[in-house]
Design a protein around this ligand. Sequence first.
Ligand code: ACO
Length: 321
Amino acid sequence: MTGIICGTGSYAPSYIMDNNEIASMVETSDEWIRERTGVATRHIIKDETTVSMACEAAKRALDDGGVKGEEVDLIIVSTISSNVILPCTACEVQKELGAMNATCFDMSAACSGFVLAYNTALAYLSGGMYKTALIIGSESLSNLTNWKDRGTCILFGDGAGAAVMRAKEGRMYLPVTHSDGMKGKALTCLSRHTKVSPEHMTDPEYYMQMDGQAVFKFAVKKVPEAVNEVLEKNHIDKKEIAWYIMHQANRRIVEAVAKRLDEPIEKFPMNLQEYGNTSSASIGILLDEMKRDKRLKSGQKIVIAGFGAGLTWGASVMEWM
Ligand code: ACO
C-alpha cells in the first residue's frame, strides 16, 4: 500500500515586491540579490493570512483532484507563520472546506515542512489508517522578516502550496529524514507569544535571524547526501529520476546540489526567481506549477528534498500519478 498525489493547488498573494523595492528599504541592489540568490521578486501578503492562503490552495487542490471536502480524512498544515495559535490552521482549513470527517493538525518543521507533511500523510495512508489526505504548506514569512536586515529580508516571500493524496495499492518508497538540534542557532526566531513587554517585541530576535553562510554550507552538503541516501535505500538509479524538486531557497544552493549529484541542472526546476523562499510552501507551489504546465507526466519518478531551520533535512521519492 502507498499514497499518491492526485491533485495540487497553490496560492500566491497578488502584491509583488521586486528587488528595487527592497533596495529602497536596505542598502542592497537588484544586481546583488539576483547574483547571490537568484530571487527577482516575491509575493507579499496584504489582506491575505496564512489561513486564507492555506484554504485557497487547498480548495484548488481538491478541485484539481476531483475530491470532495467530506472525503478528506486527514489535513496537515505545515507552517511556522500562522496567524492563529488556536485553533490550528488545519482546523481552520477544515471549516472552510466543510471537511467534517478530517483529523486536523499543524506541524512546524520550517523549510523541511512540506517533505515531512508528505511523509507523515504517506505513513498514515500506507498504514491503512486514512484513505484521503490533504497536505498544505502555508507561510506569511513577511510577518517574521526583519525588513531592516539585508542579510535575510532579500530572501523570503509568502504563499501556499497544497496536495491531495489518496491511498493506493502499490510500492511505497521509504523516505530519508534527519535533524540536528545542535545546529539550531543557525536559523532562529523567538516566539512573540511570551510574557515579554511590548516594547521588546521589535527586537531583532523576534524576527528570523540567520547565519547565511552556515545554512548555505549545511544545505549544499546535506541535501545531496540525503538524495543519494534515499535513492540507495529504494534501489533507484539517478538515471530513473525525472525531476529533483527542491526547497526553493537560493539558486546557488540548487545549482551546487545538482553539481554534487552530477545531474543536469535541467532536472532541477526552479521558481524561486518569482517567489523567493516560501519555506514549507515552496515545494507545493512548484509541484502545482509543474502539474499545471504539464511538465509532470504519469509514471515519472520524482525526488522532493527539503532543508531548513532545526536544522532539519530530508528527501522522498514518489512516482507521479
Ligand atoms: N546586499 C548587499 N550586500 C550584502 C547583502 C545584501 N542584501 N547581504 C549581505 N551583504 C554583504 C555583507 O555585509 C558582506 O559584506 P562585507 O564583505 O563587507 O562584510 C558581503 O555582502 C558578503 O556577505 P555574505 O554573508 O558572505 O554573503 P553571501 O555570499 O554568503 O550571501 C546569502 C548571503 C545570500 C544570505 C547566502 O549566505 C545564502 O544564500 N545563504 C543561504 C541562505 C538560505 O538559503 N537560507 C534559507 C535556507 S533555510 C530556510 O529556507 C529557512
